[in-house]
Design a binder for this molecule. Structure first.
Ligand SMILES: [Zn+2]
Length: 233
């Protein structure tokens, strides 16, 4: 009772406006840290006046995306925007889940390639990112994180084939020959120059894809989520 007296100043609720709808708010008990909560009479959302962490702000998600694309790891983002590491992680996974790939355009030229990286460490965590790059739109249309087997690569190739491509260029890897029809497929020398350049760009822009580093992703799901945000966010 003593604590509630300290925080529940008489009449405070009358002057506090809801941060979302600017409606009138009333006092609504204390939170675990014994801070006064408020509840909006109009939209019924609850809020505090001063939050300890800044994750509640609307700009947090945009900041996380921007920092992620500028080669920042989870810890650096956490330090830069004053949000806990766990929150950064949760937000990345949540945002990636809601991102949609760009709409399919028919009759385009595609290049498909695999990029090599690791999960956790170099000894046990070898992993490949197989992805398709559209020459005309200069965008990544689909990707998958996994091993370099036909089964894994098939999902990306099937997606490209469904969009009725003019030509699909790949390197000389044997898996492609059985997955892509001969009349569409080409392994011509220097035909994959665009996607090779994109490979370099990925390594420069995403810290976790660096070659000599100790900052590899902790899990394939997190790597996949970061790539989703980087390509389509
Ligand atoms: Zn409100």
């Amino acid at each position: 009772m003593k604590q509630s007296k300290t925080y529940c100043v008489k009449g405070v609720g009358d002057h506090v406006k809801c941060p979302w709808c600017k409606g009138l708010s009333i006092r609504y008990g204390l939170n675990k840290a014994k801070k006064q909560r408020f509840r909006c009479k109009l939209c019924c959302k609850t809020f505090l006046i001063n939050y300890t962490n800044q994750a509640y702000r609307n700009s947090t998600n945009t900041k996380i995306i921007n920092h992620l694309k500028e080669s920042c790891g989870i810890s650096s983002i956490s330090r830069l925007i004053h949000v806990s590491k766990q929150t950064v992680l949760t937000r990345i996974l949540k945002m990636a889940k809601h991102l949609k790939r760009p709409p399919v355009t028919f009759g385009m030229t595609y290049e498909i390639d695999e990029q090599h990286t690791y999960i956790q460490n170099k000894e046990t965590g070898e992993i490949w990112i197989t992805y398709a790059f559209c020459r005309e739109t200069k965008r990544v249309v689909d990707f998958i994180v996994g091993d370099r087997t036909k089964m894994t690569m098939k999902t990306v190739i099937d997606f490209v084939l469904l969009s009725n491509p003019i030509k699909v260029y790949t390197d000389g890897l044997g898996n492609y020959k059985s997955l892509i029809p001969k009349f569409l497929h080409s392994t011509r020398r220097r035909a994959t120059n665009h996607i090779e350049r994109q490979n370099l760009k990925n390594r420069t822009d995403l810290k976790r894809l660096g070659r000599s580093t100790i900052c590899y992703s902790k899990s394939a799901a997190l790597l996949s989520a970061c790539l989703r945000i980087y390509f389509w966010g």
